[in-house]
Structure formats: structure tokens, C-alpha cells
Design a protein. Sequence first.
Length: 260
Amino acid sequence: MNISTSLPAVVLLHSSMSSKGQWAELIARNEGSFRFIAVDLLGYGKSPFPADAGDAFSLAHEVDAVNAAIAGKLAPDEPFHLIGHSYGGATALHMTRRMRARVLSLAVFEPVAIHLLAEDDAARIEIENVVADIHCAASAHDATRNFIDYWNRAGAFDALPAAQQERFCAQIAKVKLDFQALLGEPATLADMAQLDMPALVLCGERSPLSTRRVAACLAAALPNGAAVQTKGGHMAPITHAAIVNPLLAGFLVGEEIASD
């Protein structure tokens, strides 16, 4: 297979209940400088629901699928930059650990890597309570409402058009698997300290305690990590793309990033 490698490759991983389409603006504004490879994570966009998921589903399965998706778009052993948001950010951390020699740089916006927090950390307890509420909800609508409102604001789900509510409800089963994978991930902050490539950890100023805490701990653990707070909340890569995307683009071209 003849694959052009004239431009540096950038792999993009989206958040839960989203798709690779969330990166359209970032790609459009920077496609002259980079070769972007946006991936639909399992169960989202055009990617199938994970086969034989069950209790064994993990971030390793998610990364296996990402690797399969990008294999035909990268030359053998070709290095690449890696960007991930939320669940995609946590997936990116696992992927980086497995493919350290190929990841040129790592940028994550609030990875939901709650496994990095101590079990008695209030931030971890907060999101574990949300996960419990999702699993105990009486219906898919109630479960999805718990999920959407936590990451956005109370009433956010009910304010959505009915068609969008239904689309999100259809994805709640994968969200449950996402949390299963996150809570079962064995990686620790000590493992993150081994990732010595240039790294950027972004966080929204109005985000929940859980991901703000993860972002702070992760940025401190990464040897070459910079931490930057942006406007907006957990979904800022979508709601505040005009602010987040220039930060990501600047990081990709090697601009010096000053930590907050």
C-alpha cells in the first residue's frame, strides 16, 4: 500500500456519545499542515458496537479497534501525534502506553481516566456515584439524562430536541461499557510518569470536579506535561472549539505552552 507521509500524522479520538465529526473544524483549519486521522470509537459514528463485549470489555479492546482503523492510513511503524477528548482521552493514554515509541506528542482534553484517582478521592467518588445512578436508572432516558446533565448542566438533556434525545439514548449501552473500561483500567499515575513525550492537558473552567482533578493529577505526573485551563466545561472541544482548537494546533507545531 502506498501511503503518503509528507505531512505529520495526527490521530484524533472523540468523547463518548460523539463521533469523529467533532474534529471537523480542527481538521479544516489545519489540514495543510497535518494529515489528520479521525476515528469513530466503538459503538459511535459508523463504528460497530463491540462484539462480545460483556464484562471483559476494556480500554485494550478499544485501542485494538483504533489500531485496526488507522493501520491502513499509516505506514508501518510510522510515528504520529495523538489527541483525545474525555473517553477518547483516556483511550489515548492507554494507546500511548502501548505504543510509546510511535507517539510523537500527546494532547488530551479532560480524559476521564478516573482509575488514576485514589478510591477515597472525593472526585472519584463523585463520578462513581454518577455511574451508579446510570446503572440504576429506570429507563434509557433516565440513564442518559444522568449522563448528559452531569457533563453539561442540570436540565441539559430535557432541553434537547426529541430526535437528539433518542440518538443519545441509543448510545447509553456503550457509555456503560466505557465506564466499565475506565474503572477497570489498571494504569496508575506512576505509569503516566513514564510517558515522556511532549504532552498537553487541557481542562475547562466549568467542568465537574472529577475531570478537573484527573487533569491536575495527570499534568503533574507527565514529565513533559503542560496544563492549560480554557473557557467552557467538559464539552469545550465542541462548545468552545474556537478556543480549544488553536491551542491544540499550536501545540502540534511546537509552540511553547505555559502551564496555568
